[in-house]
Design a protein around this ligand. Structure first.
Ligand code: GLU
Length: 285
């Protein structure tokens, strides 16, 4: 009898190289690493560097150095999002062919100003005021003129049409149980930014699928984003991983660790003579 092949668990840690890793990152990376190792699965590192203005090469090197010091092992080559713009373009092309994208020339500031006009009563979503049909804020002739002049624009997802096409969606969340995806509060979410031809939501969703990630372990701060990711998976025919949104570590005053907490970067802890075992103990693993 052929034994039934058990699906391999694939997890990842996906930092943006915009600063040194701190205790909160160590916690997230170790949780993802341990979740895979415990069941003989695979652990990946992905560098989320689509934001050329904020990402720095020295932080990519520091991330690998810190994770190796912690004793984590990951597969190579490491995927770097900046090298895979063609994959994100292909996903945008599919959404465009479904008529679900539109160009938006207005900056966040211009949109905020337009939406704060009394007759709009814009609702607040997870990413600020909910933007719907932003293209209609500009007269058609002006949109055409800006397009013809080669002005940069963002690509937004027409949320109402996307929801109609996708129908009801759920995901399995190991922390919160089965969740119903309800991304409407994001409004017409930006999928390609003006300054970079993709976005966090699009590239993370495409990459998790292309890399065969089966369990996404990440902080509770990204829980809301999963509503959007689940919708994109449905629209792009991508598989849905399981999710584990972990609690965020806080300092003794109850504040979240952030890149500004110099003393709690892994580098500073290492230089102060702490061991990887100390770090595990500090984060309670
Ligand atoms: N790159 C994101 C960050 O640094 C995390 C992406 C994810 O885990 O989905 O916060």
């Amino acid at each position: 009898m052929t034994p039934i092949a058990r699906p391999v668990t694939v997890t990842r840690f996906a930092p943006s190289p915009t600063g040194l890793l701190h205790l909160g990152h160590a916690y997230s990376a170790m949780l993802a690493h341990d979740a895979a190792r415990k069941v003989g699965g695979r652990f990946l590192l992905r560098i989320e560097d689509i934001d050329a203005g904020r990402c720095r090469e020295e932080f990519v090197a520091a991330i690998e150095e810190d994770l190796a010091w912690l004793g984590l092992e990951w597969e190579r080559p490491v995927r770097r999002q900046s090298e895979h713009m063609a994959d994100y373009r292909a996903a945008l092309d599919r959404l465009e062919a479904m008529g679900l994208l539109y160009p938006c020339f207005l900056s966040r500031k211009e949109l905020d100003a337009a939406l704060s006009a009394p007759h709009f009563q814009a609702m607040q979503g997870p990413e600020g005021p909910v933007v719907v049909d932003a293209d209609r804020l500009l007269p058609a002739a002006e949109r055409q003129a800006r397009l013809a002049a080669g002005e940069p624009y963002a690509l937004r997802l027409r949320m109402a049409a996307a929801l109609e096409r996708a129908g009801p969606l759920t995901w399995a969340d190991e922390t919160h149980g089965v969740q119903t995806a309800d991304p409407a509060a994001f409004g017409d979410v930006v999928l390609a930014r003006k300054d970079t031809p993709t976005s966090y939501h699009l590239s993370v969703t495409v990459d998790d699928a292309l890399q065969g990630v089966s369990l996404v372990v990440r902080g509770e701060d990204l829980f809301q984003a999963t509503h959007v990711h689940r919708l994109l998976q449905a629209l792009l025919d991508l598989p849905t991983p399981r999710y584990r949104h972990h609690g965020l570590l806080t300092d003794p005053e109850g504040r979240r660790y952030a890149k500004r907490d110099r003393a709690l970067t892994l580098r500073a802890l290492r230089e102060a003579g702490r061991t990887p075992g100390d770090v595990r103990a500090m984060v309670g693993l």
